[in-house]
Design a protein around this ligand. Structure first.
Ligand code: ATP
Ligand code: MG
Length: 358
């Protein structure tokens, strides 16, 4: 059966970086059927909604979705549920992409990061697996209320259920198995929570351990537990000791941003959001629509190209093509391909050229 990749370029630099990813896709996977759809502000402008039923149905019917970015100052006055960002939340919800994969991979060519004016961790290669559709971001009740004495009170509810914890744990173990880095200090899966002060965190720890004992032990992948604050500390102190970090929505959000900054520019960071096996995954750069540089040909397309790489690997089963893309990006960097965010002056298209040349 033909595999289809749905392209949702979106707003700002989204279309510019997706254009380069498409050139790479056409090269390494010429038989892949490419379709296009609307999401975000451009969808709101044309259809009055940031995510139409048509786009969501197309996404559900595809093998994988490659998204650029959504949003921008043009839509800042639009009602919250019609804002471009709502399109992103709704497509994640619609595809039930509960597992967010954020690699923190430092390309050796960037390790001398004097142009970035900060230190990177040469050789770092870890993966954060973040639960994406549950936890304190979605728990009910939540709200802001004013008490009779005028005091305002804001509240959110942190909650997890056993099925939510079990399914994200299975994803983390599958990934750790494929990576095979068991010799690291916290190699295999390191599950993080705050079981010392949170009941939902205690449940997280107990249920990760329970599904491991019942179902995953035979995979031979080590399991570690760590408190989330200790993990934040160790990520800075000894980052190469980790392999796969399994975290809930909140801690995964923070720890993945922390880890990513050890590896380079925001213009380099891809992400994947996966549902159950066989269902389409959603792939997108970590960066946003970057209105300040949109339309100027300055955006680094490597986060988008590496998001394509993740789609090839995780949804399309094209491991060799994925490896080829990683290698080409790495070589292009070694040969000096650099956009402004990496301290160079390459245009977006020249970055694409550099990857294609390899
Ligand atoms: P969002 O609200 O969607 O996260 P944002 O306005 O916070 O968007 P980002 O796009 O996340 O902005 O990035 C912040 C800044 O980093 C941008 O303003 C831009 O200067 C820079 N940046 C982001 N992505 C890239 C990229 N691909 N190439 C070069 N610079 C980038
Ligand atoms: Mg941002």
């Amino acid at each position: 059966m033909t595999q289809t990749l749905l392209l949702l370029p979106g707003d700002g630099i989204g279309p510019e970086v997706i254009e380069q990813a498409v050139r790479v896709a056409e090269k390494v996977a010429p038989d892949l059927a490419l379709e296009e759809g609307l999401i975000g502000g451009i969808s709101y402008d044309q259809l009055g909604t940031p995510l139409s039923d048509e786009t969501l149905e197309k996404a559900k019917a595809s093998s994988a979705v490659l998204l650029g970015a959504v949003g921008g100052p043009k839509w800042s006055d639009v009602a919250r549920d019609k804002r471009p960002e709502a399109g992103l939340l709704n497509i994640r919800k619609g595809l039930d992409t509960y597992a967010n994969l954020r690699p923190a991979l430092c390309f050796s060519a960037l390790a001398d990061a004097s142009a970035l004016k900060r230190e990177l961790v040469e050789g770092l290669d870890i993966m954060i697996v973040r639960e994406l559709v549950g936890g304190v971001y979605f728990g009910q009740p939540k709200g802001i209320e004013t008490l009779p004495d005028g005091t305002r009170r804001g509240f959110d509810n942190a909650e997890y259920t056993t099925p939510e914890i079990h399914r994200i744990t299975r994803v983390a173990f599958d990934i750790a198995k494929g990576r095979g880095n068991y010799d690291r200090k916290w190699g295999g899966v390191c599950s993080v929570e705050k079981s010392n002060v949170m009941d939902s965190g205690l449940l997280w720890k107990e249920e990760v351990q329970a599904i491991y004992d019942a179902e995953l032990k035979d995979m031979g992948v080590p399991l570690h537990h760590m408190l989330a604050d200790a993990c934040a500390m160790q990520l800075v102190r000894e980052p190469k000791g980790f392999d796969v970090i399994l975290a809930d929505n909140l801690f995964g959000d923070i720890l993945s941003d922390e880890a990513s900054m050890l590896t380079g520019s925001i213009g380099m960071l891809p992400s994947a959001s996966l549902s159950d096996a066989g269902k389409p995954g959603l792939y997108e750069p970590v960066h946003g629509s970057a209105p300040d540089i949109a339309g100027q040909g300055k955006a680094n397309p490597f986060a988008a190209i590496l998001s394509l790489e993740m789609a090839l690997r995780w949804s399309l089963g094209r491991i060799e093509a994925a490896d080829e893309v990683t290698r080409a990006v790495s070589t292009a960097l070694e040969k000096g391909a650099r956009t402004g965010d990496l301290g160079g002056d390459f245009t977006t298209a020249q970055m694409g050229d550099a990857v294609l040349a390899e």
